[in-house]
Design a protein around this ligand. Sequence first.
Ligand code: AMP
Ligand code: ZN
Length: 115
Amino acid sequence: MSDCLFCKIAAGEIPAKVAYQDAQMVVFHDIAPAAEVHLLAIPRAHLASLDEATPEHDALLAHMLRQLPRLAREHGLDSGFRTIINTGKGGGQEVFHLHMHLLGGTKLPGFKCTD
Ligand code: AMP
Ligand code: ZN
């Protein structure tokens, strides 16, 4: 999707502080961190939200989730981390390219309020 911010980040067209990337996904630091560590994991292929995921995405989603504990450890989160996936306007989603928030450290926020 040509006007998608996270597709542009995945393609390297918009700069981001990349923490990890492979053939299927890119992980980068959130531009407005809500915690001491705040990473976003996105698939390279455009997928608007978890609501658009089909069985074809099962392996991709599992692969993405499986990277998070290692990334958390690499960022010093030895005692654990929080994973959030906002889905749709009602879920507080603002960027409509699926992303997994990885949050941890001091200032760990609660859940986002939408009203
Ligand atoms: P969500 O509300 O779940 O859609 O989260 C979108 C997230 O993307 C927010 O935490 C934003 O701070 C973050 N964000 C928006 N633009 C950028 C960007 N250019 N680089 C990194 N993170 C961004
Ligand atoms: Zn996209």
